[in-house]
Design a protein. Structure first.
Lengths: 130, 283
């Protein structure tokens, strides 16, 4: 996938995964549709986790307003995590590209802080370049 | 005018199929509303909800006329005669009887609040058992102390707890044990006969109105369903500015909390105990 401006998303995600051992898989996801625009994974299971993570992104990209009976406008999530028995997913909105999220996946026993830092860094890179 | 809070010449009516409709309607009235929402159908009264400054101060249902006295006697050990003497005196001069009961040392402020809430919840539960129309009738203010009145969200959760007593008790105790001072949370149950999760308890400082409460439950249920891993529901935390909204399940309970990112890590530690894992690192 090439973003406007000629930015090669696939190459950027591939390079990020190669640089960052904390993640088992990385992806850039369109939060509106859940479509995985680019992804890289160390194995098939991690790639499956990315696919299910992308579906979750569509819902957790926003949180509902808890107060204000007459407002229906959801709040845009900055970052989110999903922790299951098998995986940890971290979702981070790409700065300057609010429709895009970087999703990182690691084993459930992995260090969540390191994965979050990795995903944040990748989202910043995409935000600066894209 | 029948419908979702329609109005005509000062008369407002609402179709009521559950306590959610009543509490949402009360919320829509705004913070200055004072009056009575009369509930009934086919000429029969089901009950009424009394509102003071946009908060529920009393609810009544057919068949529960003596319930408040029964509850107060059970909670305080006061005699029914003592309670009724105060109430009758207040009915005569139009003064709020709750405050008078406290002044007369019949009941402590916390006992009164708990009794009023339980009574209102039981009454609203009974009044909403059958579909009804609600008619809003503005009244003059009676001066109830706000500490003895209830937000629509508080009223909603306590009313829905009436048919989920154990879930409400267990979930509230769990949240209260887990939440920090500035955190807030809500407990929901998911029932096959309801389209949305039912809030049954609030804990801590959960800044949500009745509609927000329902929205939080829907969001949490949708997110947990979509992110379920081989049928096991995960732990989810989503941050917006300084607020992190957290959702997880504990047994049959759906838990939602508002906290900080560090608070989310603490709640995750608990949730992971359920998952048989320990937390590594911080978010």
């Amino acid at each position: 996938v090439t973003l406007p401006g000629g930015f090669d998303l696939d190459s950027a995600i591939d390079a990020a995964l190669a640089r960052r051992p904390e993640a088992s898989a990385l992806a850039c996801v369109d939060a509106g549709t859940g479509i995985v625009l680019a992804s890289a994974a160390r194995d098939a299971d991690a790639m499956d986790a990315i696919e299910s993570g992308a579906a979750a992104t569509t819902i957790i990209a926003t949180t509902p307003p808890l107060e204000g009976a007459f407002t229906d406008e959801d709040h845009a999530t900055d970052r989110a995590m999903v922790v299951s028995r098998r995986w940890v997913q971290v979702h981070e909105r790409v700065p300057g590209r609010p429709a895009l999220f970087v999703v990182g996946v690691a084993d459930a026993n992995a260090n969540i802080g390191l994965l979050a830092s990795c995903v944040r860094d990748v989202s910043r890179i995409l935000g600066e370049c894209a | 005018v029948i419908g979702g809070g329609g109005s005509h010449a000062g008369l407002r009516q609402v179709t009521v199929s559950s306590p959610v409709d009543v509490c949402s309607f009360v919320e829509e009235l705004g913070p200055d509303a004072v009056g009575e929402l009369q509930l009934g159908a086919n000429g029969a009264s089901h009950g009424a909800v009394f509102v003071e400054q946009g908060r529920v101060c009393w609810a009544a249902a057919r068949g529960l006329a003596r319930r408040f006295t029964e509850l107060l006697v059970a909670h305080t050990g006061a005699s029914a005669r003592t309670v009724e003497d105060v109430v009758v005196g207040c009915l005569a001069d139009g003064s709020p009887f709750g405050e008078r009961l406290v002044e007369a040392s019949v009941v402590s402020p916390s006992q009164l609040r708990a009794t009023l809430l339980q009574h209102a919840a039981e009454s609203l539960h009974v009044a909403c058992r059958e579909p009804a129309f609600g008619t809003w009738c503005p009244r003059r203010q009676r001066g109830y102390a706000s500490r003895f009145t209830f937000t629509a969200a508080e009223m909603l959760a306590r009313t829905l707890a009436e048919e989920n007593v154990d879930a409400a008790r267990v979930g509230k105790a769990l949240l209260e044990a887990l939440l920090d001072r500035d955190d807030g949370g809500a407990v929901f149950v998911r029932r096959a006969d309801r389209s949305t999760p039912q809030p049954v308890a609030l804990a801590g400082v959960f800044r949500a109105d009745a509609r927000g409460l329902i929205r939080a439950g829907k969001w949490a249920a949708s997110a947990l369903d979509v992110a379920a891993d081989n049928g096991a529901e995960p732990f989810i935390a989503a941050s917006h500015e300084d607020i992190t909204l957290v959702a997880w399940t504990s047994g049959a309970l759906l838990m939602v909390a508002t906290t900080t990112p560090l608070g989310a890590a603490r709640l995750l530690r608990h949730a992971r105990a359920d998952l048989g894992r320990s937390i590594h690192g911080r978010v």
